[in-house]
Design a protein around this ligand. Sequence first.
Ligand code: 6AU
Length: 251
Amino acid sequence: MSGGYACLSVDEIRSSIEDRKTRVILAADLFTVSEISNMLHEVGDHICMLKTHVDGIHDFHLDRWMKEVVEPAKDMGVLLFEDRKFADIGYVSKIQMLGHQRIAQWADVVTAHRISGPDIVDGIHEAWRECGRRGSVAVLAQMSSSGNLLDKEYCRAVVDSCREIEGVCGFIGNGSDPSNISELRSLVGRDKMILTPGINLNSREARMGQRYGHPREAIAAGSDAVIVGSGIIRNREPLAAAMKYAEEASV
Ligand code: 6AU
């Protein structure tokens, strides 16, 4: 318990990843519930979490979402990771968790920025508690996009202020540069996770300021799991691509 709420612990999340035998988190940046459901069914055996941006889904409908995405993912043992990047005050983050997409009802992990203060973590957990559920927050310590403002000093302040918070399972670290991951790991220690976007076997696929690194280098530098979107979902053969990323990200 922390701040009066029960959390999904780092150990529980790490053991769920181990059970799945893959360190690939799928960034399912697709536009309809069916596309996401179909992708989950296609590559589900090779991923440990399904990362979503529900606010980007054109036909989002909660009943369909629960039936076609959440229930199958749970049956597979795949954790649901909503990358909402909460950044508001604690109370507003809570109401966003409980808003029309009902993130608190189905997400196991959500992302948040630390910029507004540590109460954002409490707000998010209050929403889970009101739904009778547990989850955990991954806080952005670095970003993969070029020109971002999360510099070394900010990164250190994020880690120092969140390392002891039980409701935080870990940090988002930049996969496009393995030295960023090594530095983050030395700040974080072993007790929290590092989840790593900005991963693609083909760095030329980067667009709109995204930057990419290699999955094997990110894991070797200390990442717990890599977040892969385009490398799998835009591949002509998503299943073969997911298998390849899972193999490259194995230790
Ligand atoms: O592999 P991509 O480039 O197609 O997709 C990358 C995914 C997207 C981004 O929202 C997300 O990773 N992402 C994140 C997070 C928190 O996951 C942080 C970041 O710094 N960069 C980034 O691309 O769904």
